[in-house]
Design a protein around this ligand. Structure first.
Ligand SMILES: [Zn+2]
Length: 75
């Protein structure tokens, strides 16, 4: 049969990830409602209500949140 699948985001959908540029890779001090933030330790992305919120994935290893950027995957 040779069935295989490739996981791709449909065009136009975005995912969130850590910023690629050091200037953007800084812990935020305030949270904008509706924005996504990436844990600077593990990269886990969450919507936050406070910058002091702990990462739900790595908890105590949390070092800060960087604003996550939208990555549009283009085929
Ligand atoms: Zn984390």
């Amino acid at each position: 049969m040779g069935a295989f699948s490739i996981l791709l985001f449909p065009h136009g959908e975005v995912s969130y990830g850590l910023p690629l540029f050091p200037k953007q890779y800084q812990a935020v001090e305030q949270i904008d409602a509706g924005d996504h933030y990436a844990c600077m330790y593990c990269g886990h992305v969450e919507q936050l209500s406070t910058p002091n919120e702990r990462c739900s994935r790595c908890h105590n290893k949390y070092i800060g949140w960087a604003k996550a950027i939208n990555i549009e995957v283009i085929r």
